[in-house]
Design a protein around this ligand. Structure first.
Ligand code: PGA
Length: 247
């Protein structure tokens, strides 16, 4: 089955509203209008609404980097799925390793967020990935399987996007080799096949971790890599456009 490539920008805690709007305008000029790929941008919460307004007249899709695991209530500083949808978000990144590591998010919390996101018709972009110790001790597949099992527990999956992001490859310039990434992508696709008939071939699995304009094309050559989740190299409209223009 043909899966359209998907390129997602994770801006993390970068860019004010003003910077985000300027980026968007410049980026739109740089991308090939005939590109068959989907392009997602996850800005900060404060930039969601203005970018979603701009995106109405473009093919770009705006989404969030996180959300609360509660519907509403006394949760100071949190943001709900409903608020994200109202601001114009179409997807939400969940399970990012920075959320897991720095904010102690575990698989069961991520599972609650996934349920809520899906109830609110937000497309889920679920990140999984192993640490360097886990890789060196030969536990990569075991860890990925546990994350998938627990994060997607009891979820009635009809549509989903996954990202394999080895923790040791994020933000440091040391990407996985395309071959090593492909091995894990194939493992994830087999896992999907064992859980939901039909999901395995239609689900897009992105690679993320030190992707840049130089190494992006090599990842896309792999059979089970359907796109890229890009952090640092997405902060500059020129370098992100070079990646998405690969198609
Ligand atoms: P990076 O980040 O491209 O800067 O490694 C990727 C991510 O965290 O999603």
């Amino acid at each position: 089955m043909e899966r359209r490539h998907l390129f997602a920008a994770n801006w993390k805690m970068h860019k004010t509203v003003d910077e985000a709007v300027h980026y968007f305008q410049e980026f739109e000029q740089l991308i090939h209008s005939k590109s068959a790929a989907d392009i997602y941008i996850a800005p900060s919460f404060t930039s969601l609404y203005p970018l979603a307004q701009l995106a109405k007249n473009s093919s770009l899709v705006i989404g969030a980097q996180n959300m609360s695991d509660f519907e509403e209530g006394a949760f100071t500083g949190e943001i709900s799925a409903k608020m994200l949808v109202e601001a114009g978000a179409k997807f939400v990144i969940l399970g990012h390793s920075e959320r897991r590591r720095l904010y102690n998010e575990d698989n069961s919390l991520i599972n609650r967020k996934i349920h809520l996101a899906m109830q609110n018709n937000l497309e889920v972009l679920l990140c999984v990935g192993e640490t360097s110790e886990e890789r060196f001790s030969g536990k990569t597949n075991q860890i990925i399987e546990k994350q998938l099992d627990e994060c997607l527990h009891d979820v009635n999956v009809k549509s989903l996007t996954l990202a394999y992001e080895p923790v040791w490859a994020i933000g440091n310039g040391h990407a996985a080799t395309p071959g090593d990434a492909e091995d894990v992508h194939r493992f994830i696709r087999d896992w999907l096949a064992s859980k939901w008939e039909g999901m395995s071939q239609k689900t897009r699995i992105l690679y993320g971790g030190s992707v840049n304009a130089k190494n992006a094309a090599d990842f896309l050559k792999e059979k089970d890599i359907d796109g890229l989740l890009v952090g640092s190299a997405s902060l500059n409209p020129k370098s992100f456009s070079e990646i998405v223009n690969l198609g």
